[in-house]
Structures are given as C-alpha cells and as structure tokens.
Design a protein around this ligand. Structure first.
Ligand SMILES: CC(C)(COP(=O)(O)OP(=O)(O)OC[C@H]1O[C@@H](n2cnc3c(N)ncnc32)[C@H](O)[C@@H]1OP(=O)(O)O)[C@@H](O)C(=O)NCCC(=O)NCCS
Length: 221
C-alpha cells in the first residue's frame, strides 16, 4: 500500500562529489533505512524544525520532503574507503547529509559518531562551488540566485563556526516564534555571494549589520 503523504516525484539526476575523505552522492527516498540512524538522533534533530523521526514510515516522509524532483541537490555523505569502494556489495554507511532542498538555503548534519573530524566543513567547502555551478545566476532569470544562505540558531556554536570557516558572513537575525522543537528562538542568517559578486552589491547585507562587528555572541553552553 502506498502512503498518500509521500510525494512521488521524478528522481533527481545522480551526482557525485569527491573530497579528500568524503564522497557526497545524490540522496534518494530509497536511502531512508541508511539515513535512519541520523534522523532518529535527538541531539542532531534538535537543531532542525521538526525533531527526530520515530519510525521508518516517518523517515520516508521526511526524506520525500527533502529529495523531490529533478532540481533536488541534496547529498548523502559517506566516508571514502577504498575497501568499500571496491566492494560494492553492501552500501557504505551514511555519516551525514548536506545540500540545498530550498535553494538558496543550505543544510547539513553529521552523525555524532563522526562529528568533530571536520567532515561538515570539508563537505560544505566542496558543495558551495557545485551549488553555484548547478543553479543559474539571478540575472539569467528563472530560479537563479547569486548567494547561498545558512540559517542557524544563535545557540548552535558548531554550525555557526562551520559557516564562518567556509566563508559565510553574518547578515541578519530572524526570530522564529514557533519552532516546533526548541520553542521561540533566534536564527542568524549567514550568506555567501557567488564568485564575482558581493553581498553588498547584491543588497544582502543590511546596513546596521554591515557596520557591526559580527553576530551576537552565543550564550555560554
Ligand atoms: C553542526 C554539525 C554539522 C558539525 O559537524 P562536524 O563535522 O562536527 O563539524 P566540523 O568538525 O567540520 O566543524 C565544527 C567546528 O565547530 C567547532 N565547535 C564545536 N562545538 C562548538 C561550540 N559549541 N561552539 C563553538 N564552536 C564549536 C569545532 O571546534 C569546529 O571548529 P574548528 O575546526 O575551528 O575547531 C554536527 O554537529 C551536527 O550535525 N549537528 C546537528 C545538526 C545541525 O546543527 N545542523 C546544522 C543546522 S543549521
């Protein structure tokens, strides 16, 4: 029986990005079981808008909302491992997710067992130029854009650090009054401009913030 809440859309084209230690490859609803260890973890999902999924069916729905259509640019992150790459009998574990499913917003998560190794930073460094290449410039019309943005809770120190390390600049603050997981919270919007453009030139740095020293300090955790 098919669940009517699962959106059936054309699968995105397969794309692969290799970094020194990681393989990023197009993620699909069929990867749900491999993604479950990630999206059931409360400490990972705390920073998302919906919280952890409780079972595979919810997992499929979560995935179907993030992998729709040909324009989907969302990736499973795997560790590169020569043995696994040669032996394709069993799929390698997925250690994280990164990509754009609401362009120009970027999202990312790494399983806690693999956190603290620089994986999110390494994945984003490779992904950012690919996103700009994949999506046309705003002046080419259609769905084009000339910047990428990351929305991060002001208390999420690790995520803020990743955006700063990969060249994003704090631009403005947004209050999320009804976050389902964390309650009312302060979101910081970081942006990075397409090569050859500037945030100032694109009118994306509000004047008050352009003149300030940076984002507000996170509270001591
Ligand atoms: C945030 C997350 C993606 C980090 O992944 P990761 O692979 O461990 O990140 P990296 O190792 O590349 O970089 C983390 C950086 O943050 C720093 N950091 C870690 N905890 C921190 C904290 N509480 N405050 C400030 N910086 C912190 C690390 O020291 C590191 O910086 P450094 O290289 O300068 O030392 C991962 O913990 C995660 O999935 N969290 C839950 C989901 C999430 O928050 N997603 C982002 C939503 S906007």
């Amino acid at each position: 029986m098919t669940d009517a809440s699962i959106v059936e859309l054309e699968e995105p084209e397969f794309h692969e990005i290799l970094t020194k230690r990681l393989r990023l490859r197009t993620v699909r609803v069929a990867d749900t079981e491999l993604i479950m260890p990630l999206i059931t973890r409360p400490e990972v999902m705390y920073w998302t808008s919906q919280g952890p999924v409780q079972n595979v069916e919810q997992g499929r729905q979560w995935m179907s909302a993030r992998t729709p259509g040909r324009d989907c640019f969302n990736f499973a992150i795997e560790e590169r491992n020569d043995a696994t790459e040669k032996d394709k009998k069993s799929p390698p574990p997925i250690v994280g997710l990164a990509g754009c499913f609401h362009p120009p917003e970027i999202g990312y998560m790494i399983h806690p067992d693999h956190a603290g190794k620089g994986y999110a930073t390494e994945a984003l460094q490779a992904l950012i130029p690919e996103i700009f290449e994949r999506f046309p410039s705003a002046n080419e019309g259609g769905i084009g854009f000339d910047h990428i943005e990351g929305w991060v809770d002001s208390k999420n120190g690790a995520s803020r650090r990743i955006l700063e390390k990969t060249g994003f600049v704090f631009c403005e603050t947004h209050i999320d009054a009804d976050n389902q997981v964390r309650g009312p919270c302060e979101l910081l919007i970081f942006r990075i401009a397409r090569p050859g453009k500037t945030l100032e030139g694109l009118g994306l740095v509000p004047k008050a913030n352009a003149e300030s020293d940076g984002p507000p300090s996170p509270p001591v955790q």
